[in-house]
Ligand binder design. Structure first.
Ligand code: G1P
Length: 295
């Protein structure tokens, strides 16, 4: 069965970016000139996803407006002959009707957010994208994963190698050596302390899940951080279905973190030839003066 639906949990408060996120969803923070969430949505659409399911919370209406048509803006751009900008605005939501919204009315964690989408997803495998994990790659990561899913027909998530001292920020897997960047998961644990982590293979925010996950999520007790964790439900799913970890080709930035967000801005700006030309000399100066100031 083809993966046609993708769930985007976007109910988080974004407290790490206060005051910027006081009146604006964190997913709308721009990387260069595009909101973080738009990168993930574009990745999903490029991978053939047909329905984008946002699990939102209060204060997130800017997201709905962003992925809807804005006739007033479009008409003004048309009247002023700004065709390039008009195309940019129109391309944000090529088919606004493909966007579906549901609410997570209580902040009970990532696992609970995904469970909130169960009726919209129904009985088919689906993708989950956490927009905070922004990935620069030639082939969109979700596309790479869907190709792998077509071979394995099983749940999987993207993984990276992290420093041992960083394990407490991630879901960590214990896995068997695999084939072609794919490993078979033996166990999973959410945010273990470095001394308890079974490896340094960390889960990042791209998943393909079979619909059986909803049963496990529905029965899941609260775990790390007193929240219902997707990692725990996947651990439970492991008792009946195989799960794989996929080492994707690309570079990942953690936009949920201030330093990661700044790095993403620099990396994505450097990909634009017009910005690259201006930025490189400026960055070199900044880095050398920051180096001598710190010395
Ligand atoms: C979530 C997941 C975690 C995963 C991480 C990737 O954690 O619970 O397993 O490693 O995303 O970004 P969060 O960052 O929401 O705390």
């Amino acid at each position: 069965m083809r993966i046609k639906k993708a769930v985007f949990p976007v109910a988080g408060l974004g407290t790490r970016f206060l005051p910027a996120t006081k009146a604006m969803p964190k997913e709308m923070l721009p990387v260069v000139d595009k909101p973080i969430i738009q990168y993930a949505v574009e990745e999903a659409l490029a991978a053939g996803i047909e329905q984008i399911i946002f699990v939102t919370g209060s204060g997130k209406s800017a997201l709905e407006d962003h992925f809807d048509t804005n006739l007033q803006l479009e008409n003004t751009l048309k009247e002023r002959g700004k065709t390039d900008l008009l195309r940019t605005v129109e391309s944000v939501a090529p088919h606004a009707s493909n966007f579906v919204y549901t609410r997570q009315s209580e902040p009970l964690g990532l696992g609970h957010a995904i469970w909130c989408a169960r009726d919209i997803v129904g009985d088919e495998p689906f993708a989950v994208l956490l927009a905070d994990d922004l990935i620069q790659s030639e082939v969109p990561v979700l596309h790479q994963m869907i190709n792998e899913f077509d071979r394995l027909r099983a749940s999987m998530m993207a993984i990276i190698v992290v420093e041992q001292e960083e394990t407490s920020r991630y879901g960590i897997i214990e896995a068997e050596q695999g084939f072609n960047g794919t490993v078979q998961v033996r166990s999973m644990v959410e945010k273990p302390a470095p001394e308890e982590a079974p490896s340094n293979l960390a889960v990042i925010g791209r998943y393909i899940l079979t619909p059986r996950i909803f049963d496990h999520l529905g029965r899941q007790d609260r775990g790390a951080g007193n929240e219902i964790q997707l990692t725990d439900a996947m651990s439970s799913l492991l008792t009946e279905q195989p799960i794989f970890g996929y080492k994707f080709k690309g570079r990942r930035f953690d936009c949920g973190d201030k330093a990661g967000f700044q790095m993403a801005n620099i990396a994505f700006a450097l990909e634009r030839p017009e910005l690259r030309k201006q930025l490189l000399p400026g960055l070199a100066k900044l880095v050398s003066s920051a180096g001598s100031a710190g010395a």
